[in-house]
Ligand binder design. Structure first.
Ligand SMILES: *Cc1c(COP(=O)(O)O)cnc(C)c1O
Length: 455
């Protein structure tokens, strides 16, 4: 029993708390990990065990778990003004300053920002903005949202409908009008003999055929992560955004970049879209926005969508939407500091400096007979476990390879979450070379243990 082999924290965790995205039978068998604190890229559990967190919490604790500047920014703002909203024409000075800063670092020469408490809510907000615009502009039928299979956009009813994962069927989702295009993953989706260029052209053709089939006037937006994150770290095929952009322009469909993971440095540039040379019409931000120190999301609209939303809101007298804690002054103060830390304290430079070592580590892991490919961009990477490298056949589900890998990793003091059969690494930006070597050594060990059992 978990309660005997672990301490009472484990029993208490499971008695009254629900977990997100958790294999419950495994937890009953192995017990929960209950954490008390962190230091740099490490976290510590109630028994004092140390884990190197190769996933930055959930991608977001990019400045580590104890950045003093972020804690001080929070404490100072709590002392000054611990809470306010952004309704009825009132907002805190911190909120005003954060919006200015976000537009300054955005690819937009001007624009407007709407705050939420999470990435899911930011995507919901974007969709509601598009629906609101459609009606205000005399196109109430313009409601459909295009995303991709394996795209992850959140868990609320609308953002889950945008997310292209099979588990959403368990909720009877997606809602009608949410359309998922093929995942632009050449290694997995490319046809025999198809070149990467031909694959990319096929993705653009599918987009155009879908728009025509559904009716161009019914499509409100195309939303895409520059690099898919929670879908298993999937960079787009070569030339993908260059190929889809002209199609979207032809039909006047806004391109929205969901930068919740990529934004603020994960891929080595401020925005993931910079890496793929495109300027979106709007950006969704969260996670790194506060370096994980506060729940916050933002919809950043470029000039055209800002003007249209302004006009539509004037016509309707208001934009009837907002969350009680939207634009929270403490969250905004933390975000201002987090942006400063990421851009001006060498974090983004460290991402760039560490990328070659990170890629070499992934490539070394991918030499194993049971790893099909490695992929990545900046400090987000994945290796994909396969039963057969030639045919790319995944391990049979009953072997629970991903759970085994997660468990073997925690056994060696590494936190590293498999997504499907891909093992995802997204270390904090403050990682040192030594810590990166430790991360790969531990993963190497854990994978050898698992493949010896199932390979
Ligand atoms: C995590 C994530 C979201 C959802 O954010 P939450 O804060 O968990 O609601 C949306 N989009 C992307 C790309 C994400 O990675």
């Amino acid at each position: 029993m978990a309660t005997d082999s672990h301490n009472s924290w484990d029993a208490r965790a499971s008695a009254h708390s629900l977990y997100g995205f958790t294999d419950l039978p495994t937890i009953h068998e192995r017990g929960a990990v209950v954490l008390t604190h962190g230091k740099g890229p490490y976290v510590y559990d109630v028994t004092g065990r140390e884990y190197l967190d190769a996933n930055s919490g959930l991608w977001n604790m990019v400045a580590g778990f104890d950045h003093p500047g972020l804690t001080e920014a929070a404490q100072a703002q709590y002392a000054r003004f611990p809470g306010y909203h952004a309704f009825f024409g009132r907002m805190s000075d911190q909120t005003v300053m954060l919006s200015e800063r976000l537009i300054e670092v955005s690819p937009f020469e001007r624009g407007k920002v709407f705050y939420t408490n999470s990435g899911s809510e930011a995507n919901d907000t974007l969709v509601k903005m598009m629906w609101f615009l459609g009606r205000a502009e005399g196109h109430p039928e313009r409601r459909k949202i295009l995303t991709r299979v394996n795209g992850y956009h959140g868990v609320t009813a609308v953002s889950a409908s945008m997310t292209g994962k099979p588990y959403n069927a368990l909720f009877g989702l997606p809602l009608p009008g949410f359309i998922h295009l093929t995942c632009p993953h050449y290694w997995r989706e490319g046809r025999p003999g198809e070149t990467e260029a031909a694959f990319t052209a096929r993705m653009a053709r599918e987009l155009e055929e879908t728009i025509i089939r559904e009716g161009p006037d019914t499509i409100a937006a195309f939303v895409a992560e520059p690099v898919m994150g929670a879908g298993g770290v999937i960079p787009p095929s070569e030339g993908y955004f260059q190929a889809v952009q002209p199609v979207l322009r032809r039909y006047g469909i806004p391109l929205v970049a969901d930068e919740v993971i990529c934004g603020f440095g994960r891929t080595g540039t401020v925005w993931g879209s910079e890496n793929y040379d495109f300027v979106p019409d709007a950006i969704i931000s969260s996670k790194n926005l506060t370096a994980g120190f506060f729940p916050m999301g933002a919809v950043i609209l470029g000039p055209e969508l800002s003007d249209r939303l302004q006009a539509a809101s004037e016509a309707a007298e208001e934009f009837p939407h907002g969350f009680t804690a939207s634009g929270h002054p403490v969250g905004c103060a933390i975000a201002l500091k987090a942006i400063d830390v990421i851009l001006n304290e060498g974090l983004i430079e460290n991402v760039r400096a560490l990328t070659p070592r990170f890629e070499a580590g992934l490539a070394r892991i991918a030499e194993k007979p049971n790893i099909g490919e490695w992929r990545g961009k900046g400090l987000m990477g994945a290796v994909e476990a396969v039963a057969d490298k030639e045919t790319k056949t995944p391990f049979a589900g009953h072997l629970s390879v991903s759970e085994r890998i997660a468990n073997a990793c925690t056994d060696v003091g590494l936190i590293c979450r498999p997504l499907g059969q891909a093992v995802v690494l997204c270390p904090p930006f403050i990682m040192t070379e030594g810590q990166m070597d430790e991360m790969f050594d531990k993963l190497d060990h854990a994978l050898d243990t698992v493949f010896a059992e199932v390979g």
